[in-house]
Design a protein around this ligand. Sequence first.
Ligand code: ATP
Length: 360
Amino acid sequence: MTDYAIEARDVAVTYADGTEAVCGVDLLVEAGEFFGFLGPNGAGKTTLIKTLVTLLRPTDGSVTINGFDAVAKPRSVRATIGYMAQETSIDPELTARENLRFACDAYGVSRAERGGRIDELLELVELTGVADKVADNFSGGMKKRLDVATALVHQPPLVFLDEPTTGLDPAARNRLWEYFQRINDEGTTVFLTTQYLEEADQLCDRLSVIQDGSVVADGTPEALKQRVGGEILAVELSDPDESERAVAVARDESLFAEGAAIEPTESGLAVTARDARTRGTDLLVALRDADIGVVGFDVRAPTLDDVFLAVTEERPDAESPTETADVRTETGGGGGDSRATTVPDDGKTGPAGDADGVNR
Ligand code: ATP
């Protein structure tokens, strides 16, 4: 029995039309972790998550979930995971309680356990008051909350959440974050895909950033931010057309420690440097001496946005002037060779009473 909840080695997924959606991804997620998988649209997040929950078969590599090989033992995998797909799977014609009962049927939760479990889950996602109302009238946030609950009826030790808060307003999103955090605090391993950097930052112990099917950076949110290379000093110029000249001043004066990234921005320039805060005033003086007007400046700690931009922007262009990050930038497509394209269709995501259908 492995110690890992998720062990994916060199996983590649090529669709039947030849699209190499996932190219040689390695992932190790320990039991109890809250792990994030972050990437822009089309990066391969959903393809990977479907592979982990056994809806897609990897074209290459191996996937082990809770100690079970995903290709050889898909049913065992499915019995030990919960999966919240991107598209809601609740039946709008059923009440919240009926939806949960239906999920209990699909997951084989015994009748004896059912009542208590459903009440607990309704409470967890704060739907007790509307338990017997038809879900069709629920807000988007309420539907998502019910969706989360249906993925948890069999108390799985590992839950997969595919962009669970997309389309929700900030208040609804915050509420869901609380439930995810609570589930994780109680010991459930959580694997979350998201496009929201703030979400990953708030929730995840560790995360991987995926682009074009390849992992381009991974680590704790803090470590990733540190890899951006210091704090960020943004200077707003009275004449943004002076940006390039200002950048030259910042570089010529050798104001900042080695490794600083100095770049033009739309309103002026940005310096990412370990000594951005302490040397900021020196830069302002140098700009004034060069007759370049400054109307504002700001020093801030890096966010995951900076990490994300650093690793996902301009990667295809080797001539890019970007010097910002020292994150991993190996080119995507490792493993993108001419592999067989025998990935089964992924059409089923509903509970659907299909013994083979993934949970949910
Ligand atoms: P999003 O955030 O938009 O959901 P994603 O990161 O989840 O994006 P995927 O949906 O996994 O990305 O898509 C990865 C790549 O695979 C994209 O180029 C997409 O167009 C392609 N793709 C997805 N599903 C299929 C399919 N069934 N057949 C062929 N190509 C597909």
